[in-house]
Design a protein around this ligand. Structure first.
Ligand SMILES: [Fe+2]
Length: 379
């Protein structure tokens, strides 16, 4: 009889592993249904700010009547593997400028929504290489929402966020929304010295997102930039001996704190919060690059280490990532900008640095990718 194929079972984290880690979920964007002012958003009433430019994208929190069941595993197809590495279908006639020497690019002269499938394959690879790309003068926000979702669905199964607001009828769109005359920044800085929250999106899921799209609907004239860090370069900066030790380590990622925070704000929890165990070093399926895969928002504990040991190592890595301005980029938003990043090899942070009451409203399309996997250390 042929031997049965046996999958290595995922270690199950105990309660102590999810509750007592060093990472701290930091909610810098208070928002939520309690803070939402429909009149100010739709009509500009009671505020010096104009009405929302994209009322079809204003958030609701009641798209669904019942809680969603747990997400089920699915087979992810990585289109970046099929791409022509010379990018003829993506960059023909485009103007490309690098943001820094090792992370980020800005592209003009490409309309993402018009890309052929070959162009989309190349987009997945290009973004995996550049880590984050700002495409200017895009029409994604002006399309019917379903068309924007159809475009993004090429890259993976749409993630439905467990706590965020979404446009009515489109739970697959994750909204970042801070309304007109919102004063939460002032309240927030009563308690905190900065709003930096390094994270990769929803890493608590078994299959976190890969190629991810965020597009501007409304934003302040200055402020609200997004920070990105190259987690593959962060890995390479470490010594071979140190990298060797990181290989094989597994980290618990938790959705519990984000869900608790949403409940506290009178928000929703659409799906019971989960924890997942992922390798600390993951490999990108298209480029083969290895990258650190930890973040203080959702990573909690290194399996098999005592709490002090886990805290010590995670704090070192968080510090390394946060201070690595020589492998970071800062993206400035403008009307028509779509920022695409590879969530497997980057972390990012929003900034709550403007205080003039301007609305900030963005939409994210979040295709899920493969379960993170690790390939052996190579010196
Ligand atoms: Fe994010």
């Amino acid at each position: 009889m042929a031997p049965a194929l046996v999958e290595t079972p995922q270690p199950v984290p105990s309660v102590a592993y999810t509750k007592s880690g060093t990472g701290e979920y930091k909610e810098a964007f208070i928002g939520g249904p309690k803070a939402f002012n429909a009149d100010a958003e739709l009509k500009g009433e009671g505020t010096k700010q104009p009405p929302a430019k994209y009322p079809n994208y204003l958030p609701v929190w009641d798209n669904e009547k019942e809680k969603y069941p747990p997400l089920q595993p699915f087979e992810h197809y990585e289109h970046g593997k099929d791409a022509d590495p010379t990018f003829p279908n993506l960059l023909n006639g485009a103007e490309v400028s690098d943001l820094t020497a090792n992370i980020g690019a800005e592209v003009r002269g490409v309309q993402l929504s018009k890309l052929t499938d070959k162009g989309k394959d190349e987009l997945a690879l290009f973004v995996a290489q550049k880590k984050v790309v700002a495409f200017r003068d895009q029409d994604l926000a002006d399309l019917p929402i379903q068309e924007a979702l159809d475009f993004g669905g090429y890259f993976g199964r749409h993630h439905i966020h467990p706590t965020s607001g979404a446009p009515k009828g489109y739970p697959e769109i994750h909204l970042v929304h801070r309304g007109a005359d919102d004063t939460t920044a002032r309240d927030f800085f009563e308690e905190r010295t900065n709003s930096v929250t390094w994270h990769s999106d929803v890493t608590y899921e078994k299959q976190p997102p890969g190629t991810t799209f965020l597009y501007l609907l409304d934003g302040p004239a200055a402020g609200g930039d997004t920070l990105f860090v190259n987690q593959a370069e962060a890995y390479r900066r470490l010594s071979p001996e140190f990298r060797k030790r990181l290989h094989g380590l597994k980290v618990v990622h938790s959705a519990v704190e984000q869900a608790d925070n949403s409940k506290t704000r009178g928000g929703v929890v659409r799906r019971d919060p989960v924890t997942s165990v992922h390798p600390l070093v993951r490999t990108h399926p298209a480029t083969g690059e290895k990258a650190l895969f930890v973040n203080p928002q959702f990573s909690r504990r290194i399996l098999g280490f005592k709490k002090e040991e886990s805290d010590f190592l995670l704090n070192f890595l968080y510090d390394h990532i946060a201070k690595g301005q020589d492998f970071q980029a800062r993206v400035k938003w403008a009307p028509g900008t779509v920022v695409v990043w590879d969530n497997r090899v980057t972390a990012h942070s929003a900034l709550l640095d403007w205080d003039d009451g301007a609305r900030r409203h963005l939409a994210r399309i979040t295709p899920q990718a493969e379960a993170p996997f690790e390939t052996p250390f190579e010196g």
